[in-house]
Design a protein around this ligand. Sequence first.
Ligand SMILES: O=C1O[C@H](COP(=O)(O)O)[C@@H](O)[C@H](O)[C@H]1O
Length: 252
Amino acid sequence: MAAVSVFPSPAELGAALARSVAEAAAEAVASGGRFTLGLSGGSLVALLARELPAALRAAPGAEPSRWLLAFCDERLVPPEHPDSTGGAYRSQLLSQFAPPGPRVLWVSSGLGPAEAARDYEEQLRREFPGEATPRFDLLLLGVGPDGHTCSLFPGHALLQEQNSLISFLEDSPKPPPRRVTMTLPLLNAARALLVVATGASKAPVIKRILEEPREEAPSLPAARLRPRSGRLRWLLDREAAEELRLPREECP
Ligand SMILES: O=C1O[C@H](COP(=O)(O)O)[C@@H](O)[C@H](O)[C@H]1O
């Protein structure tokens, strides 16, 4: 069962998200020496860029130099392109870390989609030796008004992927079309998933994802986020949560 927390606005949500990341980092660094974090793009980039640096200053044990960062999905455009998730994080968030900052696994934009996915999966496997399916400490996810998460779109064949950790698509309905993405088996292996949604345009799909009867294989990709043994928490602002009736935590 997912936990659902609702915030008055994206500002309070962003601050709580940043505190959760800092706390998870401090815990992981204390127990295992490193923190593995997967980042999604879109609206998350600005939220994290605005709130995470201050949250980290308040959590000395979080130690960003002990972090391994990966991208939950990436658009295959040059890093300087405005659609590049890695490029956006580099300029908006990573530039704020004092050296040495986190270690980052970059998706290679110079390769074709299939090669880029294969290369990224190899990079990941090297970082998690001995784990058939790597378990990230925390994955930060978004959701689109159509119910997509990462670059997993409704009705797309990638939803059936069972073997690869990373896959690719060349027909994303949301531009740009060429992308690589974590697959459901990798997402659902994580120790914790935080899914963030803000704005009224997402209210109808949030209701469907969280309140429609649970099917074996729901059509909305974000409804297939079901961690095998990890935690799943949704962070919503009031607008995104306005159609929900289920019990949730109302946060100040
Ligand atoms: O295209 C994408 O969209 C989703 C949702 O983005 P948002 O701006 O509506 O929050 C994002 O999570 C994903 O990383 C991105 O490639």
